[in-house]
Ligand binder design. Sequence first.
Ligand code: NAD
Length: 406
Amino acid sequence: MSGHDMTRRRAIEVGGIAAAASLAAGGAAALGQARAPAATGQPMPDDVSLPSQPPRAPRPGSVGFAIIGLGDYALNQIMPRFARSERTHIAALVSGNPDKLRQVGEAYGVAPEARYSYERFDEIAANPAVEAVYIILPSGLHAEWTERAFAAGKHVLCEKPMALTSAECERMIAAGQRANRRLMIAYRVHFEPYNMAAMDLMREKAVGDLRLIRTEHSYRAGPSTPATNWRHNRALAGGGPLEDYGLYGLQATLYLSGEMPTRISASAHRPEGDPRFSEIFAHVAAQLHFPSGAVAQVVTSYDSAGLNLVEARGNAGALVMRPATNYNGNTLSLETGRDGRKLEPGDSEVQFAGQLNHFAAAIRDGAPIITPGEMGLRDLRLIEAIYASATSGRTVALNPDATMRG
Ligand code: NAD
């Protein structure tokens, strides 16, 4: 029996046929199966400011990356931050929009022969200047492009969520092993000073024994539809806000508690008649129960006033982060008794270069990856358990590796 069949069988035992169907569709949950479309060219996003001059020449030993997908996050956040990473540089670009490819290539000093269309991507195997690819495509395309990049002999840094189902994650990990190449998931907050300080404080029991964690990652989506915005399209986004934004809260419950949940109960809501939510959920709320007795709430919404909050409460104090997981502007305060202490552990900006340098160290020096494919797989298993509970209306019991207990 394959892992996937096993998951189906467990789902039937845990939550009945409906939950099994939802698991087979992964993050698409109770919303049915959907097949991801092909990668296609999209226009230049709004408000992109391209560099006025090409970056400096790479340092000796720097790892050359191909960027796959020239969307908002790639162009506005990731690509400009390569300038601050001394161990990596942009060596190639992959896009389905020839005009955007030319414009971005010229701005970043990427030669025409290192600009690839999706159709020509496999030729990248013959380009030794590219050692790694950074996949910044819609989430439903991560698995396919990770496998293609491994087949081309490249290392893969893949955006979060790793994929939309645990079965896809398992395939991605296996493809990396077959190719003998490294796989890292771009969970940037593991390199962000406020979150790193919060992890240290929790390890030092700064709040005493942990009792409660509360996380919320919400915003109100504009008038998008599955046709106009991939984040509303279940083939590309799974169940929606949980995979995209709530995942930060789910992650925080694990790295702050240092535990894996043994039980999960959850609900997910899709309002009728709202075109934004014809294919995805508007809100998801999950409760995670940890072996220590601590309980965590993970709430996420695409249809409520914006909030980015992580809070951990123990029997001796509380740690509050609001916002907690942004690109910058995060806050961290430690409240014990009557004292409130605001901490400023560093510049959030370093998370981007930190992530790139970490992957370069893995490739060059064989260093361990702190956010490997196995972490992405773990998180997709938890997401599937959340949807299984939401679909069945029952609490789902978990094994330590986050698979559902039969
Ligand atoms: P985006 O829509 O701005 O960009 C996606 C790009 O993918 C498009 O520009 C297009 O060039 C390309 N694409 C190829 N095929 C496509 C298709 N069929 N439909 C739509 N686009 C297609 O999205 P984004 O915000 O840049 O997100 C891309 C990825 O990065 C997602 O996986 C997302 O979860 C992740 N992300 C991560 C963070 C973070 O903080 N780590 C932040 C934002 C986005």
